[in-house]
Unconditional design. Structure first.
Length: 186
């Protein structure tokens, strides 16, 4: 089987179920952004600082593939057997965030992304996750989207922020806080 089919040469692609949509359709944008996020999670998984989190990051990638399969399916196709996303997937992220919170200093200001390449990759993943969440919410305004998908993406972006803080702490680099320039207070 060849990887190229030429069926998308005119700017359309198929959903699971066969319906063809423009590649610019919000549904395609939604699962394309989730796919982009998955690639960044893979990049984070490859960072030495995340060696002890590789299994968790792979689990997140698996869940993102699950979300992608739901977003790439026609509404009536979601009743078919698709991989599942459950509340326990969200609870896992919350537990991980609680563990990170217990070991790092309390945050008292906004932080500027950066300080180390691994942390920067994490912040890119976080912002792509937020974009994926916004795109899925925009899709949900016109078409049915399972509520748990939005909840998972919201919690995942929170987890990615905390992962960045954990990496900063573990790499022993400075967490640079934002100091807003306010007229008259300089």
């Amino acid at each position: 089987m060849k990887i190229y089919t030429k069926t998308g040469d005119k700017g359309t692609t198929s959903l699971i179920g066969g319906t063809r949509l423009s590649k610019a359709h919000i549904r395609i944008d939604a699962y394309g952004t989730v796919d982009e996020l998955n690639s960044y999670i893979g990049l984070l998984r490859d960072q030495p600082v995340n060696e002890n989190r590789r299994d968790l990051l792979k689990e997140i990638q698996d869940r993102l593939f699950t979300i992608g399969s739901h977003l790439a399916s026609e509404s009536d196709q979601t009743r078919r057997i698709l991989p599942d996303l459950t509340d326990s997937d969200i609870v896992l992220l919350e537990k991980e965030m609680d563990q990170i919170t217990a070991k790092i200093p309390t945050l008292r200001a906004f932080v500027l992304p950066g300080g180390h390449q691994s942390v920067s990759f994490g912040h890119i993943a976080r912002t792509v996750c937020r974009r994926a969440e916004r795109t899925v919410i925009a899709l949900e305004q016109d078409e049915e989207v399972e509520e748990i998908v939005i909840r998972y993406l919201n919690r995942l972006s929170d987890y990615l922020f905390m992962l960045c803080r954990a990496m900063t702490y573990e790499l022993e680099i400075e967490e640079v806080t934002w100091k807003p320039r306010v007229p008259g207070r300089e």
